[in-house]
Design a protein around this ligand. Structure first.
Ligand code: HEC
Length: 105
């Protein structure tokens, strides 16, 4: 194997490892299913009482995970989302963020 090929293989392997560490969108889809009850609706407003729910699909994963960690720690305050984030592990948050970042805007 020549050295260029060896470097290419190494880069490919590193990219795979990074993609995994950043969050697994397939796991996030399962873990994030309940979120769609509020965040997946077409007009991004809750049915009743009517209030706006932020759109998550297509947001940057870093943005979503930072928001969730903020809700989990109480740094961001919102009763609904504090309760939603309370039970999430760091891995759950990364997976969910990867999932929402991957779906259509
Ligand atoms: C009962 C409805 C409801 C459910 C279920 C829900 N959310 Fe939310 N979510 C909201 C509302 C309302 C806000 C806006 C809160 C605010 O103004 O801070 C919000 C805000 C957010 C934000 C911040 C978005 C931004 O642009 O600032 C993120 C990220 C988020 N939710 C992720 C999730 C995830 C992940 C789940 C599932 C684990 C979830 N939510 C479940 C109603 C919900």
């Amino acid at each position: 194997m020549n050295s260029i090929l060896r470097i290419l293989v190494l880069i490919t392997l590193l990219t795979c490892v990074q993609a995994f560490a950043a969050g697994d969108a397939e796991r996030g889809e399962i873990r994030g299913e309940t979120c769609l009850g509020c965040h997946g609706i077409a007009s991004y407003t809750n049915v009743y009482p009517t209030y706006r729910v932020p759109k998550l699909g297509g947001q940057h994963a870093e943005y979503i995970s930072a928001a969730l960690k903020g809700y989990r720690s109480g740094e961001r305050s919102h009763p609904t989302m504090n309760a939603q984030a309370a039970g999430l592990s760091d891995q759950d948050i990364e997976d969910i963020a990867a999932y929402f970042a991957s779906i259509a805007k």
